[in-house]
Design a protein around this ligand. Structure first.
Ligand code: SF4
Ligand code: SF4
Length: 200
């Protein structure tokens, strides 16, 4: 073994990487540092950052029913929900207020796991830096709303599984409602005549 051969080998690897970095991209074994923000690596589907609220078709069709489960499960308690009420003071199945303090959120995803209504999922958006930590990093309901199409785009596997499950549940609900309606519409059987009635 020649003295210093290891050092020489190491220097050759360094030289190879140095020269190839000028001619090859990160996928070809060349430059390993992506020149963000001009260039970006594609995000992995299961990458998660902060939560968002899913709506179907229009923001009025928010899936959230203001059950408060996610707020109770959130470890640092950074979700704040107030239920909406109608004019008569009856509670509605939707939130009037839904705030998440992104400066406190620890990106754990427990809210997503806890929600029984497929209403809250973890987002890919990470470019939320802001100088105003009070107003701009306390996300209100309107800041959190994103469509199911967006969910399908960023997390197609999860979104299609959720869509299939929701569709199946909807079909079961419709079939049960149709069965109840058919039973109600069916002619009632004529009761047998009493033994001492005039017709007997
Ligand atoms: S996001 Fe889900 S768990 Fe949280 S309040 Fe809405 S429906 Fe309930
Ligand atoms: S990701 Fe975790 S910390 Fe952030 S809002 Fe959801 S439960 Fe709370």
């Amino acid at each position: 073994m020649i003295f210093g051969s290891g050092i020489l080998k190491g220097m050759l690897v360094t030289l190879k990487n140095f020269t190839s970095s000028y001619f090859k991209g990160p996928d070809e074994g060349g430059l390993f540092t992506v020149q963000y923000p001009e260039k970006r690596l594609p995000e992995k589907e299961n990458f998660r950052n902060f939560p968002f609220l899913v709506f179907d078709n229009t923001p009025d069709n928010l899936r959230c029913v203001a059950c408060d489960i996610c707020a109770k499960e959130c470890p640092p308690k950074c979700i704040y929900i107030v239920r909406e009420f109608d004019k008569e003071g009856r509670p509605l199945k939707r939130p009037a207020t839904f705030d998440i303090d992104l400066t406190v959120c620890m990106n754990c995803g427990f809210c997503e796991e806890a929600c029984p209504f497929d209403a809250i999922y973890m987002d890919h958006d990470f470019e939320i830096a802001n100088a105003d930590r009070h107003d701009k990093l306390l996300y209100h309901k309107d800041d959190l709303l994103k469509s199911n199409e967006y969910f399908r785009k960023i997390r197609p596997t999860n979104a299609s599984a959720v869509d299939a499950r929701r569709h199946e549940a909807e079909e079961k609900k419709k079939a049960a409602a149709a069965a109840v309606a058919a039973k109600a519409a069916a002619p009632k059987p004529t009761p047998p005549a009493a033994p001492n009635s005039p017709a007997a």
